[in-house]
Ligand binder design. Sequence first.
Ligand SMILES: Nc1nc2c(ncn2[C@@H]2O[C@H](COP(=O)(O)OP(=O)(O)OP(=O)(O)O)[C@@H](O)[C@H]2O)c(=O)[nH]1
Ligand SMILES: [Mg+2]
Length: 607
Amino acid sequence: MQKIKNIAVIAHVDHGKTTLVDGLLQQSGTFEAHQEVDERVMDSNDIEKERGITILSKNTAITYGDHRINIIDTPGHADFGGEVERVLKMVDGVLLLVDAQEGVMPQTKFVLKKAIELGLKPIVVVNKIDKPAAEPERVVDEVFDLLVALEASDEQLEFPVLYAAARDGYAKWNLEDENKDLTPLFEAIIEHVPYPDGSPDAPTQAQVFTLDYDNFVGRIGITRIFNGKVKKGDEYLLIKADGRKAKSRVSKLIGFKGLDRIEIDEAEAGDIVAIAGFNDIDVGDTVADPANPTPLDPLHIEEPTLSVIFSVNDGPLAGTEGKHVTSNKIRERLEKEMETNIAMRMEPLGDASFKVSGRGELQIGILAENMRREGFEFLLARPEVVIKEENGVRMEPFEHLVIDVPEEYQGTVIEKLGKRKAEMVSMTPMPDGTVRIEFEIPARGLIGFRSEFLTDTKGEGVMNHSFLEYRPYTGTVESRTQGALISMDNGEAVAFSLYNLQARGTLFIEPQAKVYNGMVIGESARPGDLEVNPLKGKQLTNMRSAGADDAIKLVPPRKMTLEQAMEWIEDDELVEVTPENIRIRKKHLDPAARRRAQRDRKNAAQS
Ligand SMILES: Nc1nc2c(ncn2[C@@H]2O[C@H](COP(=O)(O)OP(=O)(O)OP(=O)(O)O)[C@@H](O)[C@H]2O)c(=O)[nH]1
Ligand SMILES: [Mg+2]
């Protein structure tokens, strides 16, 4: 039997997981000498590359001496925490990375808590020790305190610690040691990660933790084999979480080696392999011996906490920029997404709209971004949290929020968060003159907070949050205070009138942008919406400007990403997403209809 080690790399977002996996791949000699390899090679899809974040966990395998090490790189962003939780059940050890400057962050807590609950003993890697403001010793203390708070066992508390700069390809046991390579980390993995349990001679049990799709073989389940063997061509029983069973033959068995996938004939207990041949294979399913089928414990799949309504674009520019615009096309695409994205749900609402639920704005935003790139055009409504009933009590999701701000802004931030029903749990001065403040806040209170926060802290604040738990509903939460600047006409924006409108607030559009009646073209400097005319020519004003229209110097508009736009809008607004543009509009484009709707809302709120 081959000597196998299965590990996952876990951390808060951006602490260097994917970079470390690069280093391990490179230094294990898994790549051929001539093979050219990108930076953060595991972040293989377009959006991952562009944003420099990991969205899907991915596995690779390296050889080190006579060992095979299966490594799963996980996403650090809170929206994908469910993914990490599943992956942790597939491994026998974890590398917990912590940024030597930032220290323990919300997602560090979340992932470490899950690892501890599963009885895993972490190897702690304090990463980025090259940073000038690094404080590796403080960070080790923070990890220790966190483990105590998480009620880790004595064995888990005796975690090994390495100091590393993943980007520069070294790790070491002591800060005084020379910066050489990752050998100490390889050795730590071999020494501290237990070998897989299970026996190759027992009846087969393998569990699916990720799905993949291939045009030739169809759905593929990436599995960890816990017992027995899986052989190409043999028949197995697929046991689903709800107890349904289906027999099928393994048409292809795929092993991992570095970045390559290789066809193999057989794999056994302890290994991670991809299995094709089962049409409706799903995450959590057990692939079992038909003569002796025993399902593994089902995987806990996190419930969605946030939903967004997707609907057909019915604005005046509908169909002018997108390729797929109909309700049928949108439904097909969403249904396809739900097939592989197990953390999401979709519910058709009739009237050409669909409620999509997931773990956060980023997760839903990435789906919308992918659709837009594929040529889709649609509308998005304001995100809403998923409310649950528990024993007759309305419950809503709460988040753990950590904010790092320069001292001078702490007052404003605390005040604004107070209005959003946040409760402060701690406040710690950091060595670099900033303050770290931790809050517990209803997820509703966070919607739209980020852009306000960045403005209030002049871009110097950093915020991070992750799901905490469901708690009783807290009543009305204050949201955006500024009104919208709404276009009162259709046509192309004129530089001159935009110039005049700048005094009214922050604009979202450039000259020549297509606008329409009811479209939101900026954020007003005051509360309350304002109808404005971005088309008005110069001759209509008495401004004594000499220069031509194009000589006017405009403040660059605020360009919002899809997620920012989704967070910014209020209940009576929509984001119009097309392959070319992200616009914001009022739900009711006609001013009279808008006023009627507003009156109705007010009346409803009073009665
Ligand atoms: N200074 C310094 N920067 C590093 C080091 N390791 C990684 N980085 C940088 O940190 C950033 C994030 O690295 P990633 O490897 O993408 O982090 P990640 O943990 O995989 O991020 P997510 O997958 O999005 O959670 C990149 O810009 C890296 O170049 C290091 O040792 N020192
Ligand atoms: Mg990553």
